[in-house]
Design a protein. Structure first.
Lengths: 123, 861
């Protein structure tokens, strides 16, 4: 149920443009971003965009459902705090479980990326 | 789980937080780009994002389901008329379906109290002469029996009707099985109190005993455990009650008591053999083994086992439930059709309402409801509707079954009208399935609604259009076609019934009382005793006031006949065992006068014939026509061959018209012989009395006369001949009644369906009609316009229906009497009925169309 609605919120195939996230990687990116410390949703989206030199753009329509799901899964935690411009904002941070999950996903990802690279570099 | 409940309690807080979180995001975005609208565009439909987040909270799904259900109730309440019509239509369909399913389910799960009934079989092994080899007692037959015993555990029973006398009430007539001691272990049941039959009970000289069925124990002995050990008299033999069998255990057939077989094995009928397959053997394997045994024996000993054939039939066959199976399926199909018509009808109603709802739906889509969610919402609505229909259907089914129960007098043993779990599962399943079935098309249609147009036009024209109307039309055609098939089925059954009831039986059934007396062998050992008893009874009865005539017979009209193999003198010789099997009745001399059967030729039996036991016989018209065509049969001779032994010649003294004996084939008259009662006396015979007063009033006087001759004789099966005749044809009457009810419901639903569609299209075409009138169209043109639409649908539905009916009516063939499955008169009548119903369905909307005021119509919105 969570999975299918997540995919549905990733948007229709014909709308997929350059820089759209590979399915299933959004979770990993969110977790990675949060290793820098607590952040609000807007900050997470901005950070991903900046670090990736504007290549990866997170659709807000899928960001928030993903955050809520991760929170329910217990890999991130949230609390309300003050933003830099003194507004009430919801900050997310990694839980110990989240760190473990990230480590697993990161190693999976690097294995997958290397494998794809090897195939693509085939002479 | 705890977390979940906590969230459920604080869900309003969570909602507010989500709101805040998203607002913060928008503010940050607009600050950065300096433009709220760009930020909004980037985030997309905020409601949809919220909805997606809420879905992440596990309870949201629960909550939305609940919301959808509440919304469904609101919507249905708001359109009361549509809801009511839909629920009634569904209730009728589901009710009829559930009622028939209850009967079918009861019949199919009937097992007569036999454990693992599918492993118990009736077994017969007959040679070419039709002799039962299994029950013979010579050594080779015993050898055969022991070989068969390796495949199945064999037991035997013989059927008797007995008089039971005890201190607990009036003498009563019971059906009794003489059963071998292992019979109950083959059935797989043990007595609930007392002991089982044991092998010693079969030995000569053993104490006579009796086993009771649960219903006899309950009705006659009020479930008293002290009945065990008491003595009751069964056909004048004192027997000790040794046990009571569990409730519902009735084998064979409608049995009341059992006694051990060997204790009373005199009698000329073969015992019936039955057996349970040995563990681990499948039926085909068992059949193979039995065939092999038979073949080996025939080869080894051709004189004793000539053409031996072993026949194995399921035990439940004897209860008649197998024979009724085809008609079950036909009825189940018929009610299935009714339900489909109801579905199509409701689908049409919902389609018509779609036009009104398209605006609501469009708004909901526009503010962020997903299409899947819309479809779900609409399906929930239709399921709520169909479940309500199911509840009504359940009530209707209960009423219907109650009515059915009280309208049939003789119930077959397998008839079980109680609703068990199976029935409720079926009811729930069809309720939900019909909801999805009729809801899907309108839901898909609505979810595809063109939002922009719907909102702009306030609902008019956005939906429906050509495609919606086309779908409605198809549904109506479908309804009409199913309805035609049901009507034709009903028509054929009605024609059959008319043929059945319209054919004269050949006797005057009015004012005749029928009853039975069985004379026990212990008290009336010789045939002469029986004859003497009947003669004394006749003298007494004939002198009763109001009695015109009394006679004795072995079979009643429509009550089948005994089977004999007659041989006509002078006919070319026929090989043994190939003589035709024909019907015969044993009657006393007044039989023909009592039933007012006239004489065609010659004379009836005379008192002198009866007194001197003269060798005379009377034949019916068909017999005379078959064996002596164009010749006067009086004076010719025939004889009956019994077990290869020809009996003395009998001289034909008279010919009588045909009387129907075989009620299953009422249009055919079979050759029949009437044998004089004095020659072929039987112990249990029908007594028929023609009275000058109401026959029921004679019954008590009659009982008194019998008791004065023998106070221990029960008089049973008392009824009038007219009632009995009606009973014999009851199954046909029931099928006809059911079919007619189903077809009537179908016709009603289909014509309401047609009406609804035409009326809806008139309301949608108001403007067009106004325009037509404004440019000079007359009321007649408009009426014709509306009728043309209806007639097109009727004609298409009719042609599909007729084609389907002709293809399907063949399954009814076995139940039809004197009418072909493609009977043109029935088809014509159905066409007329349907056109009439359709015309009524069209007339109301057409009238309304003709009264459209062009000024108002053109001004509307």
């Amino acid at each position: 149920m969570t999975d299918s609605s997540y995919q549905a919120s990733m948007g229709k195939a014909e709308q997929r443009s350059q820089g759209e996230l590979v399915q299933g990687t959004l979770d990993m990116l969110i977790l990675k971003t949060l290793t820098r410390g607590a952040l609000h949703g807007y900050g997470i989206a901005q950070l991903i965009q900046q670090v990736s030199d504007e290549v990866l753009r997170v659709e807000e329509g899928s960001l928030y459902p993903a955050l809520h799901r991760l929170e329910l899964d217990g890999v991130i935690d949230s609390e309300w705090g003050q933003s830099a411009n003194n507004r009430r904002a919801k900050y997310y941070k990694l839980t110990p479980l989240g760190r473990k999950q990230l480590a697993k996903e990161a190693s999976n990802w690097s294995r997958l990326a290397q494998a794809i690279a090897r195939v693509m570099e085939m002479a | 789980m705890n977390k979940f409940l906590k969230r459920l309690r604080h869900r309003r807080q969570l909602d507010r937080d989500l709101e805040d979180e998203l607002r913060f995001h928008l503010e940050m975005g607009s600050e950065e780009t300096g433009d709220l609208r760009t930020a909004r565009r980037r985030i997309g439909n905020v409601t949809a994002v919220k909805e997606a987040c809420r879905e992440m909270w596990a309870f949201s799904s629960l909550e939305t389901w609940w919301m959808d259900i509440r919304h469904a109730f609101r919507t249905l309440r708001n359109s009361r008329a549509v809801t009511a019509v839909a629920i009634v239509a569904l209730g009728l369909g589901i009710g009829a379906d559930t009622a028939v399913y209850t009967i079918v389910n009861g019949a199919l799960s009937f097992n007569a109290g036999i454990k693992d009934a599918d492993r118990v079989f009736m077994v017969s092994a007959r040679d070419t002469l039709g002799r039962n080899v299994l029950s013979r007692s010579d050594p080779s037959a015993r050898n055969f029996r022991s070989q068969v015993g390796a495949v199945m555990n064999l037991a035997a029973y013989r059927y008797r009707v007995v008089n039971v006398i005890d201190k607990n009430g009036l003498p009563d007539r019971y059906t009794c099985a003489l059963m071998s001691a292992n019979g109950f272990s083959v059935i797989g049941r043990r007595p609930i109190i007392g002991r089982n039959f044991e092998a010693v009970d079969e030995q000569p000289g053993a104490t006579p005993i009796v086993m009771l069925t649960n219903h006899v124990w309950q009705d006659r002995y009020a479930k008293s455990p002290s009945i065990i050990g008491q003595v009751i008299r069964v056909d004048e033999v004192p027997r000790v009650v040794v046990g009571v069998m569990p409730a519902g255990m009735r084998f064979p057939e409608d049995i009341d008591i059992w006694v051990p077989l060997a204790a009373n094995s005199v009698g000329d009928d073969d015992p019936v053999m039955f057996g349970r397959l040995t563990d681990g053997i499948t039926l085909p394997a068992a059949r193979n083994r039995l065939d092999m045994i038979a073949k080996r024996l025939t080869e080894k000993d051709p004189s004793t086992f000539k053409g031996l054939e072993v026949n194995v039939r399921p035990v439940l066959m004897i209860y008649g439930v197998y024979a009724s199976r085809p008609i079950f399926w036909v009825l189940l199909c018929a009610v299935g059709f009714v339900l489909l018509i109801a579905c199509a009808n409701v689908a049409n109603l919902l389609l018509a309402r779609s036009a009104v709802r398209s605006r609501e739906i469009s708004v909901r889509i526009a503010i962020g409801a997903g299409r899947a969610r819309i479809i779900r919402q609409l399906l929930i609505e239709s399921i709520v509707l169909s479940v309500a229909g199911g509840v009504l259907g359940w009530v209707l089914a209960l009423c219907g079954l109650h009515g059915f129960d009280s309208s049939i007098m003789t119930k077959p043993p397998w008839l079980d009208l109680s609703m068990n779990t199976n029935v409720f599962v079926y009811l729930a399943a069809i309720s939900v399935t019909t909801g999805i079935l009729f809801g899907l098309a309108p839901a898909l249609q609505l979810a595809k609604v063109d939002i922009i147009n719907a909102i702009k036009n306030g609902g008019h024209g956005a939906f429906g259009g050509a495609r919606g109307r086309h779908l409605s039309g198809v549904l109506v055609v479908f309804e009409m076609a199913l309805c035609v098939m049901l009507l034709i089925g009903a028509g054929l059954m009605i024609r059959s019934a008319l043929n059945l009831y319209g054919t004269p039986i050949g006797v005057n059934t009015a004012d005749v009382l029928v009853l039975r007396i069985g004379l026990p062998e212990a008290k009336y050992p010789r045939p002469d005793d029986v004859v003497a008893f009947h003669r004394r009874l006749k003298t007494q009865i004939d002198s009763l006031p109001g009695v015109e005539e009394m006679a004795v017979t072995s079979n009643l009209p429509l009550g089948n006949s005994m089977e004999v193999t007659p041989e006509v003198e002078g006919a070319p010789p026929v090989e043994q065992g190939r003589l035709p099997r024909l019907g015969a009745l044993v009657v006393s001399r007044d039989y023909f006068r009592t039933l007012q059967i006239p004489s065609r030729r010659g004379r009836f039996f005379s008192p002198a014939d009866e007194a001197s036991q003269s060798a005379v016989v009377i034949v019916n018209n068909s017999f005379a026509a078959k064996f002596w065509p164009g010749v006067d049969p009086v004076g010719k001779r025939l004889r009956v061959v019994k077990e290869r032994v020809p009996q003395p010649w009998l001289t034909v003294i008279g010919v009588v018209p045909d009387v129907h004996q075989d009620y299953q084939r009422p249009l055919e008259n079979d050759p029949l012989i009437y044998m004089p009662y004095a020659l072929e006396t039987q112990r249990a015979m029908f007594i028929i009395v023609r009275s000058r007063i109401q026959p029921e009033k004679l019954a008590n006087a009659f009982r008194k006369e019998v008791q004065s001759l023998d106070e221990n004789l029960p008089v049973y099966d008392v009824s009038t001949l007219g009632d009995r005749m009606a009973h014999q044809r009851l199954d046909v009457a029931v099928v006809v009644a059911l079919f007619t009810i189903f077809a009537a419901i179908a016709l009603l639903l289909a014509s309401v369906g047609l009406y609804a569609v035409i009326a809806h299209s008139v309301s949608q075409r108001t403007r067009e009609i106004g325009l037509r009138m404004a440019v000079g169209g007359t009321a007649r043109d408009i009426v014709w316009l509306i009728f043309a639409q209806g007639i097109r649908q009727i004609v298409v539905g009719l042609s599909f229906g007729l084609a389907g009916a002709i293809a399907l009516a063949r399954v009814l063939r076995a139940d039809l009497v004197g009418v072909s499955p493609s009977d043109p008169i029935t088809c014509l009548a159905v066409v007329l009925v349907l056109i009439l119903a359709g015309a009524i369905g069209c007339a109301v909307p057409a009238r309304r169309a003709a009264h459209v005021d062009p000024v108002v119509a053109l001004r509307c919105d």
